[in-house]
Design a protein around this ligand. Structure first.
Ligand code: GRG
Length: 290
C-alpha cells in the first residue's frame, strides 16, 4: 500500500467514524431525554453526551449493518444502547470501590462531577435503560428483540463483562498467567465488542458462514483492542495488574497485536472489498502503537 493510499483510507475512516458518532449521539440524545428525575438525567447526559468517547462499539454495529445491507435507521437504537451500556461500565469502573479514577476522557469522572451515590445510580439507570430501549425497538419482531436482549445480557452479565471485571479485580501480580489474562480480556472487553459486531446479524437474516466470520473478526479485534490498551497503559504506569505486556514483554505483545490484526482482517475476506472501512479500523488500532 502506498503512503497516499494509506492517507486516503485513514481520512475516509475518520469521516465515517465521525458520521457514525454524530448519528449515535443524536439517537442517544433523543432516547436519554426521556429520562425523568433531575440528577439522573443530568448525570447520564454528562457521561453520555457532554463527556463523550470515540463510540467505537456503535460504529462497529453500524458498519456491520452496512455490510449486511441492513437498514442503519433500524439498528441505530441498538447502537445507542450499546454505547449506553459501555458508558455505564465506565462510570462504575471509575468509582472509588473499583478503579478509583477521578478523570475520564480528560474530564471529571461521574462521581467527581456529581457524587458517588449519583454515579452509582446513573450507571444503574443506563444499564436498565439500555434493555428498555431494546425491548421497545420498532420494526423488529418480538423474537428478534428477545434474541438481542439475551445476547446483550450474555455479553455484559455474569458470563461476560462482569465475569471479566471480577476476575480482573481478583487477579494477583504473582499469577502472571498469560492464558488467564487473555480470558479476562476476552470477557471484560471482547464480549461487548462481539455483541456490537454481531447484533446486526441477529436483526437481519444472515447465514451461518457470515455470522461465524463476524464472530471471528470480533474476537480477534476485541482482544487486539485490549492488548493495544495494555501496551499504551504499560508505557505510562508500572507493571502491575492484568497487563499482557507484563507476561509477554513489549516485543512479543506487539507481535501478538499484528497477528491478531492479520486474523481479524482475514475474517473480513468474506465481504470482499466492501469491508475496507473495518480493515482501516484494524490498521488504525494497531498504528496507535509505535
Ligand atoms: C465496572 C461493570 C463494570 C465493568 C467494567 C469496561 C470495563 C469493565 C472497565 C473499563 C476499564 C477498561 C480498561 C476497560 C477495557 C476496555 C477499554 C479499553 C475501554 C475503553 O474503551 P474506549 O477506548 O473508550 O472505547 P471511549 O472513551 O472511547 O468510550
Amino acid at each position: 500500500m502506498t503512503c497516499l493510499d494509506k492517507t486516503t483510507q485513514s481520512s475516509s475512516l475518520h469521516i465515517t467514524l465521525k458520521k457514525n458518532s454524530d448519528a449515535v449521539e443524536t439517537a442517544m440524545k433523543y432516547l436519554l431525554s426521556k429520562i425523568q428525575g433531575g440528577k439522573l438525567r443530568e448525570a447520564t447526559f454528562y457521561s453520555c453526551l457532554e463527556n463523550t468517547g470515540k463510540k467505537l462499539r456503535p460504529s462497529l454495529c453500524i458498519e456491520f449493518t452496512k455490510l449486511l445491507n441492513g437498514s442503519v435507521d433500524i439498528v441505530l437504537p441498538v447502537a445507542a444502547s450499546i454505547e449506553i451500556c459501555h458508558t455505564y461500565s465506565l462510570i462504575h469502573d471509575d468509582l472509588p470501590a473499583l478503579d478509583n479514577d477521578d478523570i475520564r476522557r480528560g474530564k471529571p469522572s461521574c462521581h467527581k462531577k456529581f457524587n458517588e451515590a449519583t454515579a452509582i445510580l446513573a450507571g444503574d439507570t443506563l444499564l436498565t435503560y439500555a434493555f428498555e430501549i431494546l425491548s421497545g425497538l420498532e420494526n423488529i419482531t418480538p423474537e428478534k428483540k428477545c434474541t438481542l436482549i439475551f445476547a446483550l445480557s450474555k455479553a455484559i452479565g455474569p458470563d461476560g463483562m462482569l465475569a471479566g471485571q471480577i476476575a480482573d479485580i481478583e487477579y494477583t501480580d504473582s499469577e502472571n498467567d498469560f492464558n488467564e489474562m487473555l480470558n479476562i480480556h476476552k470477557l471484560k472487553t471482547a464480549k461487548l465488542i462481539e455483541f456490537s459486531c454481531l447484533a446486526p446479524a441477529l436483526v437481519f437474516d444472515t447465514n451461518t458462514n457470515i455470522k461465524e466470520a463476524i464472530q471471528n473478526f470480533a474476537l480477534n479485534f476485541g482482544i487486539l483492542f485490549q492488548i493495544a490498551d495494555d501496551i499504551l497503559d504499560y508505557d505510562q504506569k508500572s507493571d502491575e495488574g492484568c497487563n499482557v505486556v507484563k507476561a509477554l514483554g513489549l516485543v512479543k505483545s506487539k507481535e501478538m497485536l499484528r497477528d491478531l490484526a492479520e486474523k481479524a482482517i482475514l475474517s473480513l475476506d468474506i465481504f470482499g472489498n466492501r469491508a475496507s472501512i473495518l480493515k482501516s479500523l484494524v490498521f488504525h488500532t494497531v498504528d496507535r502503537i509505535k
